[in-house]
Design a protein around this ligand. Structure first.
Ligand code: CA
Length: 236
């Protein structure tokens, strides 16, 4: 089955250009020209990925993303952001996006990122059954249902959040570098978007850390990466 991609973009020539190129690569697509239409199409359709512009009529991309995540949608969301809009990129990740690409982007890079998202997804789907559930302290993560129980009770995780916590759990008490995370979870080996990883750790800390400023489980190892200590430990 061809992967089905929802293109959310109000600039028609960009939307059409994306559609033509994605379909030439074997994907099926649909286009939404504003935020409300995007939500309607996502609710009534069956999509594998959303390309989401931020500046949109009716409802902006950040709100669209928040709504989807609030409705338990764990579909991968790739934001299209304006160049130099650093705030937008961070806001997109905090709203629940999986990644961003800045306009004007190279079509080749976009295609690589999209195929990487699907490749990592199949890697996850094929491997997740080895361990379905990981328990630590009073918490648990279910890699099969994309759910977890954190400090505020049960939550739904996005695919990428689930992939990261799985990778960290597999390397418990070891340093995991940002590059390892980018490579395993995003499938990139050339894009140094470390900020993307950092924002995901922020999201995971909100779920599992009683005090994000003093992590017990998800530690930053300065200059190296991250370390997950399931038994809980104070930062040195
Ligand atoms: Ca726009």
């Amino acid at each position: 089955m061809a992967k089905n991609i929802l293109i959310v973009e109000d600039e028609e020539h960009i939307a059409e250009g994306l559609k033509i190129n994605l379909e030439a690569d074997g994907y099926t697509t649909d286009i939404a020209g504003d935020g409300l239409e995007a939500l309607e199409k996502w609710r009534s359709g069956s999509f594998d990925l959303i390309l989401l512009d931020i500046m949109l009529p009716e409802m902006d991309g950040l709100e669209v993303c928040k709504n989807i995540r609030d409705e338990s949608g764990r579909i991968p969301i790739l934001f299209l952001t304006a160049r130099d809009a650093e705030d937008d990129r961070v806001a997109g990740l905090l709203a629940g996006g999986d990644d961003y690409i800045t306009k004007p982007f190279s079509l080749k890079e976009l295609m690589l990122r999209i195929s990487a998202i699907f490749r990592r997804q199949s890697w996850y789907d094929e491997n997740r059954l080895q361990v379905d559930r990981f328990e630590f302290d009073n918490y648990w993560v279910d890699f099969k249902t994309f759910t977890a129980s954190g400090q505020n009770g049960p939550v739904e995780l996005s695919q990428k959040e689930c992939m990261i916590i799985k990778l960290l759990a597999e390397h418990s008490d070891e340093v995991v570098t940002r590059d390892m995370i980018l490579d395993a979870v995003w499938g990139y080996d050339v894009y140094p978007s470390n900020r993307t990883v950092d924002n995901f750790i922020v999201r995971l800390r909100k779920i599992f850390e009683p005090d994000s400023s003093k992590p017990k489980y998800l530690h930053t190892v300065w200059g190296a990466g991250y370390k997950f200590t399931p038994a809980g430990s104070d930062d040195e």
